[in-house]
Write a protein that binds this ligand. Structure first.
Ligand SMILES: Nc1ncnc2c1ncn2[C@@H]1O[C@H](COP(=O)(O)OP(=O)(O)O)[C@@H](O)[C@H]1O
Ligand SMILES: N[C@@H](CCOP(=O)(O)O)C(=O)O
Length: 307
């Protein structure tokens, strides 16, 4: 039995659309083994309404993609999914399936593909690198998908940095959220984002958190998605007012993310109180950054990170 532990991710971080992502200490576990025949996919009862348990399942599709590349034909497969990453909330549940499925399939066959090949396959399946890279290698990643490869850099983040996730209780699919975006971006808006992306990465890595309220601003995707996020204006204004360092739409939403440092407890409590007066229901959770990324587990625990 192969077992992988794959982190949730928060992508875009405001201006870094389709490019920046951070891995979070919130994990799905994927277990796979070859069986004599058929396809058996076991998912938690509460997810059965939303997750396919046939050949359309995303973890299975990722595994199948790798099997096609290496020309392997399993007799049958058993896949057990232990899910903690909420579905379709902008926390990278689909990237976790793709990254986890590919690595699990590769491990099952004793690693025929190199890390770079897995990365490329994963990025082409997801369409962008911003969730896939941190899910695989952890930390803060910057990357881009080229014709035949992925170029990226992974950075560790200061340990005092935490993320406050405000997770509404509804699904918002990335596919739908991408249809809201315009086909073209005016040069001034592109320049607005480019200048902030540089400031954002440098400020995060060097703990210049005082820059983050400006550096997380975005003109490329949030303006087009925010109307579909209940209470966006109230929540983001409140976050800044009570002292978060910066805030942004996590991935394609609907989760709203605040950046915190070690003095976070009051902010978390105040936010829970504030949200309890709104009609929409939210879950609030403070997450640490996962600096190590996807891990392959053995019976004693970790069998090494994916580096
Ligand atoms: N644990 C899982 N197992 C199988 N499929 C999953 C799982 N998590 C997510 N998915 C698939 O990914 C879809 C959500 O992807 P997406 O809209 O990109 O949202 P997210 O922001 O969570 O990545 C789900 O509707 C489902 O099809
Ligand atoms: N750059 C993508 C990121 C999607 O992330 P997800 O966690 O919502 O799947 C986008 O903004 O569309």
């Amino acid at each position: 039995m192969i077992r992988v532990k794959v982190p949730a991710t928060t992508a875009n971080i405001g201006p870094g659309f389709d490019s920046l992502g951070i891995a979070l200490q919130l994990y799905n576990i994927i277990e796979v083994e070859e069986i004599n025949f058929g396809l058996e996919i076991n998912v938690p009862v509460e997810d059965r309404m939303h997750i396919e348990t046939n050949e359309h399942n995303l973890v299975y599709r990722a595994m199948k993609r790798l099997f096609e590349v290496v020309d392997f034909h399993p007799k049958g497969l058993r896949i057990n999914l232990i899910n903690n990453i909420p579905l379709a909330r902008g926390l990278g549940s689909s990237a976790a399936c793709i990254a986890g499925g590919l690595v699990a399939a590769n491990k099952l066959l004793n690693d025929p593909l190199k890390k770079e090949e897995i990365m490329y396959l994963a990025a082409t399946m997801d369409g962008h690198t911003d969730n896939i890279l941190p899910a695989l290698v952890g930390g803060l990643t910057v990357g881009c998908l080229l014709e035949n490869e992925v170029k990226y850099v992974k950075m560790n983040l200061p340990p005092q940095l935490k993320l406050l996730a405000i997770i509404p209780d509804f699904h918002f699919s990335t596919k739908k959220a991408r249809l809201l975006l315009p086909q073209n971006v005016p040069v001034e808006e592109a320049v607005f984002n480019i200048s902030r992306v540089g400031l954002l990465v440098a400020s995060l890595v060097t703990a210049h958190f005082e820059n983050l309220s400006e550096a997380t601003k975005d003109k490329i995707h949030q303006p087009y998605r925010k109307d579909f996020i209940p209470n966006w204006e109230e929540i983001t204004s409140k976050l800044i007012k009570i002292g978060v360092k910066g805030c942004f739409l996590s991935g394609s939403g609907p989760t709203i993310m605040g950046i915190l440092d070690e003095d976070y407890k009051n902010i978390e409590n105040e936010m829970v109180k504030f949200l309890s007066h709104l009609e929409q229901r939210y879950k609030v959770t403070v997450l640490d950054v996962c600096n190590q990324g996807l891990e392959v587990l053995n019976d004693e625990g970790s069998n090494g990170c994916y580096r």
